[in-house]
Ligand binder design. Structure first.
Ligand SMILES: Nc1ncnc2c1ncn2[C@@H]1O[C@H](COP(=O)(O)OP(=O)(O)O)[C@@H](O)[C@H]1O
Ligand SMILES: Nc1ncnc2c1ncn2[C@H]1C[C@H](O)[C@@H](COP(=O)(O)OP(=O)(O)O)O1
Ligand SMILES: [Mg+2]
Length: 194
């Protein structure tokens, strides 16, 4: 099944909640034609379907916790396979959120060519998420859940960046800057990808 994906470039897009991953992915889609797969979006689609599984996922996300690894990895793999015929490569946004997720992804699917680290400070992320919450309708864009998500990011997800740094594939961009300036750095990282 994963054969269809072989040889296609994989970019992990990692950063805290509200750092600007989705924003930069949209711009990469426009410039490079890669397929954007956000783990959070895939999960929210399942929630919106009203399924029993979706109800469980919603409860976990509302608490700011991570959903089970197998669930999110299966969803990503299915989505990658579904797009394989037309895809030039994949932007995997919001995954891995812990080192184990990276290890399992590589066992099942393949290795990333680049880890794009979208970096913003804690206060900036909180400010952006509170603003996003005014219109997003997202159950996790509220003060209490944002705090939990940030804590979990520092504890579980930052170690992912250290894990891949050893391989020399991490490119960090300063996401405190205006969107287009961030994207200039993103494009440089993508253009330099081996
Ligand atoms: N460089 C930036 N400067 C200012 N605001 C930004 C920037 N990047 C993203 N935002 C805003 O911050 C919020 C979170 O961005 P988003 O792309 O949804 O982040 P993530 O997917 O990492 O949670 C959005 O409302 C977005 O418009
Ligand atoms: N790789 C993953 N593993 C476990 N849970 C995940 C996940 N990706 C997303 N989720 C769940 C928990 C997150 O708090 C929630 C929202 O994720 P998201 O949409 O990627 O957030 P954001 O774009 O604000 O960083 O979905
Ligand atoms: Mg996002």
């Amino acid at each position: 099944m994963a054969d269809k994906i072989k040889g296609k470039k994989i970019i992990f897009v990692v950063g805290g909640p509200g750092s600007g991953k989705g924003t930069q992915c949209e711009k990469m889609v426009a410039k490079y034609g890669y397929t954007h797969l956000s783990s959070g979006d895939l999960l929210r689609l399942e929630v919106a379907s009203g399924s029993e599984r979706g109800k469980n996922l919603q409860a976990i996300m509302q608490k700011g916790e991570l959903v089970p690894l197998d669930t999110v990895l299966d969803m990503i793999l299915d989505a990658m396979v579904a797009k394989a015929d037309t895809s030039k490569g994949y932007l995997i946004d919001g995954y891995p959120r812990e080192v184990k997720q990276g290890e399992e992804f590589e066992k099942k699917i393949g290795a990333p060519s680049l880890l794009l680290y979208v970096d913003a400070s804690g206060p900036t992320m909180v400010k952006r998420l509170m603003k996003r919450g005014e219109t997003s309708g997202r159950a996790d864009d509220n003060e209490e859940t944002i705090k939990k998500r940030l804590d979990l990011y520092y504890k579980a997800t930052e170690p992912v960046i250290a894990f891949y740094e050893g391989r020399g594939i991490v490119r960090k961009v300063n996401s405190e800057l205006p969107v287009d300036e961030v994207f200039a750095a993103v494009a440089k990282a993508v253009d330099g990808m081996k």
